[in-house]
Design a protein around this ligand. Structure first.
Ligand SMILES: NC(=O)CC[C@H](N)C(=O)O
Length: 311
């Protein structure tokens, strides 16, 4: 597919999404998310050859929320390797992102690193070697480096609001601490977790930051993770990236993807493209309604699903 074709495809998708009537429901648990207009829609695609294509509100930073769980996991794997898997599983949860139910029967071991409980354990892993400020700085430096953009920042208003309303996350962390699966003080661990959720990035920045997962762990000549690790992170995104909506995402779109309640989705077509979409209205599982629809249109038009026969 030519570059002109791809630009035409995403422009057409952005146009369709602009006029869509059903847009989902914007997250309203904190004011800085509740105030984001539901009319927003952005898409950015970075191809394996480095070309970048954008349409709609692709330059506007939004709260990436749970998409940060991908970058946090990557750092934790870099810090302690497969030791991570002693404390967090690799199975889809089939439950909501903030569910506590499985933790009791599964002795405080979260199902996967992409639900809240799992990401909180990942933050605790990072704090095994770092102070909270260092861990937050490390994540920020990491995404800036991946995207090649030093303007990426954490929205302190969001971090503070998460802290003020994060009763469930406190419950999850305390519960896991009771099982011995959180080692550090809960306030410190969650301080890091809330700051990770508060990372603000545009579709363009996010698609650029996802390049290493498109390219077998590399960005150009720079190796970020091994090929095996990149493959495994993609596998987890495919099976667990959309909470209890992950099966449907694989069915409809067929790409590794990770969503956040800010309405963003990072999706990866390995070897082909890194894609970010953003539309703040969510479906009942907390995933961007139009973001998923846009990705569905994109894979239909490009044949990028990983289940498409190759060659
Ligand atoms: N699904 C999400 O994006 C969840 C992030 C949200 N800040 C929370 O911890 O509840």
């Amino acid at each position: 597919m030519g570059i002109a074709d791809l630009s035409a495809i995403i422009t057409e998708i952005a146009e369709e999404m602009r006029f869509a009537e059903v847009r989902g429901k914007v997250a309203d648990y904190i004011p800085p998310l509740a105030s984001v207009p539901h009319t927003k829609f952005g898409i950015a695609v970075v191809m394996a050859d480095g070309s970048l294509h954008t349409a709609g509100d692709a330059e506007e930073p939004f709260s990436i929320q749970s998409i940060s769980k991908v970058f946090a996991l990557t750092l934790a794997l870099g810090a302690v390797g497969d030791q991570v898997w002693k404390r967090v599983g690799r199975e889809p949860s089939g439950s909501a992102f903030n569910s506590i139910v499985q933790l009791e029967t599964e002795q405080g071991i979260p199902r996967n690193p992409f639900i809240n409980a799992g990401a909180i354990v990942v933050c605790d892993v990072l704090l095994g070697r770092l102070e909270p400020r260092e861990a937050i700085g490390q994540l920020l430096r990491f995404v800036r480096e991946l995207a090649g953009d030093d303007s990426i920042a954490i929205d302190e208003t969001v971090a503070w609001a998460e802290q003020e309303t994060g009763f469930r996350n406190f419950a999850l962390a305390n519960y896991m601490r009771a099982f011995g699966n959180i080692h550090g003080p809960v306030e410190r661990v969650l301080g890091v977790y809330f700051h990770f959720c508060a990372l603000a990035m545009s579709c363009r920045q996010l698609a650029l930051a996802g390049r290493f997962l498109m390219d077998g762990g590399r960005v150009g000549a720079h190796r970020v993770v091994t090929e095996r690790r990149s493959r495994r992170i993609n596998a987890l995104m495919m099976s667990c990236g959309h909470y209890d909506n992950s099966g449907d995402f694989a069915f409809r779109i067929g790409l590794p993807g990770k969503s956040g309640v800010g309405g963003g989705i990072l999706a990866v077509a390995p070897g082909v493209a890194s894609i970010a979409v953003w539309s703040p209205g969510l479906n009942p599982s907390g995933n961007s309604h139009l973001g998923q629809l846009a990705l569905e249109r994109l894979v239909q038009k490009t044949g990028w699903s990983v289940f498409e026969p190759r060659g």
